[in-house]
Design a protein around this ligand. Structure first.
Ligand SMILES: CCCCCC/C=C/CC(=O)SCCNC(=O)CCNC(=O)[C@H](O)C(C)(C)COP(=O)(O)OP(=O)(O)OC[C@H]1O[C@@H](n2cnc3c(N)ncnc32)[C@H](O)[C@@H]1OP(=O)(O)O
Length: 275
């Protein structure tokens, strides 16, 4: 692991930590203690086993380093994250599929439960798992107007797991989540702002980062203990459900994803992407 100090946009030194060949780059502003985690897995930041593992490791490091906040963003031109890597569950190796899903569960739990405040800087399209990660942050700032966000699983002929659904319900409420999930709707930035799926729409990524810092800096005046307890209580039922049902969720997903019907839908969807 390499470390170096680099000068940030506002002329403060930031502590940059990165591993060679890393798909995740992190900088920490020494003055504010706010980390920026940049996902950088070409071409679309699709979340495969290794990428998820790297994101989880990075989040755990930030917790150990006691950062004051974290912005999650993408280093790619127009994609925040294309969601789960479909090749992990199309014609899968069953052992790898199990490992992939367990790693997704753990990465999500780590992100959803961080003891520090988080903001998603959504600087590109954010379907499915990309939307899940954005929704798991405390605050969402999206660069408009060209990109889209949503849980589109039904469009792939698959079903979003209960904890994806509960995460969305927590952000936009039962009724809007139900319509959104059953139709697999991808929202434009304006639409997402309108239904409360994002908190701010901004014209460019620099403004998004400034607003993200502004949001996270609010917490300098809040007791970290009070913050964490409040977040734990608010998110408790969704988190606890997955903790209590990890194996059941895994068994269901592994069986369901390997069924002939789902494999057929996924094959057709992948083909349409390639076209
Ligand atoms: C009961 C539980 C069941 C389990 C439920 C599992 C839940 C699933 C949640 C998910 O996250 S599934 C993934 C859903 N994601 C999508 O539908 C996104 C699909 N991708 C796109 O819409 C577009 O690619 C994009 C992100 C808008 C980017 O468009 P762009 O035109 O810039 O790039 P493309 O040419 O389309 O793609 C480049 C390259 O990447 C491949 N690719 C795209 N997305 C994925 C992906 N999610 N997984 C794997 N690969 C992906 C795409 O096929 C292209 O490949 P090549 O043609 O270059 O080989």
């Amino acid at each position: 692991m390499l470390r170096r100090l680099i000068l940030s946009r506002n002329n403060t030194f930031i502590n940059c930590r990165y591993a060679s060949q890393s798909m995740v780059q992190t900088t920490v502003d020494e003055k504010s203690g706010i980390a920026t985690v940049t996902m950088n897995k070409s071409p679309v930041n699709s979340l495969n086993l290794e990428f998820l593992d790297e994101i989880k490791t990075e989040l755990n490091k930030l917790e150990k380093d006691k950062v004051k906040g974290m912005m999650l963003t993408s280093g790619l031109q127009k994609i925040f994250s294309a969601g789960l890597d479909i090749t992990e569950f199309y014609n899968p190796n069953p052992d790898r599929l199990s490992k992939f899903w367990s790693t997704l569960q753990d990465t999500w739990l780590t992100l959803y439960k961080t003891p520090f405040p988080t903001a998603a800087i959504i600087n590109g399209h954010s379907p499915a798992g990309g939307c899940l990660f954005a929704m798991s942050c405390d605050y969402r700032i999206m660069v408009g107007p060209k990109y889209t966000i949503g849980l589109n699983e039904t469009k792939l002929g698959i079903v979003a797991p209960k904890w994806f659904i509960d995460t969305m319900v927590a952000v936009i409420g039962q009724r809007k989540a139900e319509i959104s999930l059953t139709t697999g709707k991808m929202y434009t930035t304006d639409e997402a702002l309108h239904i409360g799926l994002i908190d701010e729409s901004v014209p460019d990524v620099n403004t998004a980062l400034t607003q993200g810092n502004l949001f996270l800096n609010n917490f300098q005046r809040i007791s970290p203990w009070a913050y964490k307890m409040t977040k734990d209580i608010t998110r408790q039922s969704t988190v606890q459900w997955l903790i209590d049902n990890k194996q059941k969720d895994l068994d269901f997903v592994v069986t369901y994803l390997q069924s002939a019907e789902v494999q057929k839908s996924l094959g057709l969807y992948l083909q349409s992407l390639k076209k």
